[in-house]
Design a protein around this ligand. Structure first.
Ligand code: HEM
Length: 493
């Protein structure tokens, strides 16, 4: 009898210990971040912070963030905030090791992206380490303005880009022919990365020849390292591999620069590539730019310019093939363009690309739906007041594109692929920002759209696409099919 009472007592004791530990864990540990980051701001600021939760010590909300993205329901992270705190469009959180404010309303996103005097670039320091301190990421606002003007000249506007249409066509046509003759299915996303990498090296480096395919792979490693949850420079870690990839790329670019210094631009079709403009450019003190800075700037452009386009182009192809009626309309538009073409004309013209109105809507709808890029990072220069809330000095501000592009009040039936929604839709400022906004707006927007339009022209008219694993899960946070979109490409009869 006594031993039974003792046994019961121990059960109660264990239960009490478990409940106690649970209460400690959730009641105390969960408050540590809140105390650490929030309370030390002082009562006035503290009570004016947006709603939200600072997560666990050290990891913040990274676990629930990653869990949401691994669950194949990435919107659950933001939906959870909306459910708990209401549709304020602004929430406090702790992500990527920093106290942060998420903004996901058009008005707030626009303010954050447009007001450079209040917000500066705020990407994880791992990305700046990988792209270099003297890349577009690491320099002051005034130097950024000056260099950006110079850098975007070769890709600014359709007119400047019309020079490259022939090059892009050559790369696209030869890639398509190669895929058709491949005996086994191809990884469509990987192949697209090669297309966009070749296009961009041709435009920016003047030649793609000295850039082998492995260079594109090194860029893939940089992307993985830039957003790795543990950016540690230790063998075996993703970040270490990314740093090694950076070293290889910088050295390859510097070699190319040295060769280029000795050569003149000998191709009369290309006016002057970015590399030539940079070799001639001078800094604020009138000195020529050093090899290292030019290499960092080029590295950044090549990095920003090929993964992005390849991802969007892959989703564009997937969505079209999942929606036969939309595919048919897009194809008809391309047939019409060919019908109107004089028989003497070879290849596409800029004017024809401008006539691809339906395709342009399909591309916009793809960018809205696929959720790439997920986030744009900024940092508050000072305490900033918005909508009655305070964004404290030094906190990161995460513009959550995906939350805006999937907002049901802006885009009814947000999860449906409906290019027709763009027929009469003029998105309010800040509500469609796949290329960002303000002084850092993507300078490659026109180039990427032209690239995709040229590809789709030839692809829709002449080829058939068949995914081998149409149910392949999606990898996040940069959404892409886990199997890299394995597909068979065949020629239409
Ligand atoms: C569909 C494809 C693309 C998407 C969705 C995209 C998206 C973006 C976004 C959202 C930004 C703004 C980042 C910020 O404000 O922090 C950006 C910046 C940038 N993009 Fe793109 N991009 C694409 C293609 C390209 C291409 C083809 C190039 C190269 C020619 C390029 C080069 C850049 C550069 C250099 C920046 C930084 C600009 C600066 O800091 O001034 N992008 N891109």
């Amino acid at each position: 009898m006594t031993s039974k009472i003792v046994e019961l007592d121990s059960v109660w004791l264990i239960l009490a210990a478990v409940v106690g530990a649970y209460a400690f864990l959730f009641g105390f540990l969960k408050k540590i971040n809140e105390w650490y980051y929030v309370i030390r701001l002082g009562k006035k600021k503290h009570s004016s912070l947006p709603p939200g939760d600072m997560g666990w010590p050290f990891v913040g909300n990274m676990i629930s963030f990653l869990r949401a993205f691994r669950s194949q329901d990435p919107d659950s992270f933001i939906n959870n905030l909306v459910r708990r705190y209401g549709r304020t469009g602004i929430y406090k959180t702790s992500l990527f090791g920093n106290p942060s404010i998420i903004v996901c309303s058009p008005e707030l996103s626009r303010k954050v992206l447009m007001e450079d005097e209040l917000f500066v670039f705020g990407y994880p320091s791992s990305l700046t380490k990988l792209l270099g301190k003297k890349s577009l990421h690491g320099i002051s606002n005034s130097e950024h303005r000056r260099l950006r003007k110079l850098l975007v000249a070769p890709i600014n506007g359709h007119e400047a880009l019309s020079v490259y249409i022939g090059y892009i066509e050559d790369i696209v046509i030869s890639s398509l022919e190669e895929w058709v003759h491949n005996s086994s299915p191809i990884e469509f996303l990987t192949e697209w990365k090669k297309i966009s990498f070749n296009v961009i090296t041709k435009i920016f480096m003047g030649s793609a020849d000295s850039f082998s395919e492995s260079m594109a792979e090194h860029y893939g490693l940089i992307l993985q390292g830039a957003f790795s949850p543990l950016p540690i420079n230790v063998p075996g870690f993703t970040f270490r591999r990314a740093l090694e990839a950076r070293k290889i790329l910088v050295s390859a670019i510097e070699t190319h620069l040295d060769e280029r210094r000795c050569k003149k631009v000998d191709d009369p079709k290309i006016k002057k590539g970015m590399i030539d403009l940079l070799l001639e450019a001078k800094d604020e003190d009138g000195e020529k730019l050093e090899n290292e800075q030019i290499a960092n700037l080029l590295l950044g452009f090549l990095f920003a310019g090929h993964e992005t386009t390849a991802h969007i182009a892959s989703w564009l192809t997937i969505y079209l093939h999942d929606h036969p009626e939309i595919l048919r309309k897009a194809k008809e538009e391309q047939e019409e363009i060919v019908k109107r073409r004089p028989s003497s004309q070879k290849g596409l013209t800029l004017n024809e690309i401008r006539q691809m109105e339906y395709l342009s809507k399909v591309i916009d709808e793809t960018m809205r739906l696929c959720g790439f890029p997920l986030l744009i990072f900024r940092k508050a220069k000072d305490d900033v007041e918005v909508n009655g809330y305070i964004i404290p000095k030094g906190w990161k501000v995460l513009v959550w594109n995906r939350g805006i592009h999937k907002h049901s009040e802006i885009y009814p039936n947000p999860n449906e692929f409906l290019p027709s929604r763009w027929d009469n839709l003029k998105p309010k400022a800040g509500s469609f920002i796949p290329f960002g906004a303000g002084s850092r707006t993507c300078p490659g927007a026109d180039l990427s759209k032209i690239e995709m339009s040229i590809f789709m022209h030839y692809f829709l008219l002449n080829y058939r696409f068949e995914r081998i694993n149409p149910r392949s899960p999606v990898r996040f946070p940069s959404p892409s099919p886990k199997d890299n979109c394995v597909a068979r490409i065949t020629k239409l009869p």
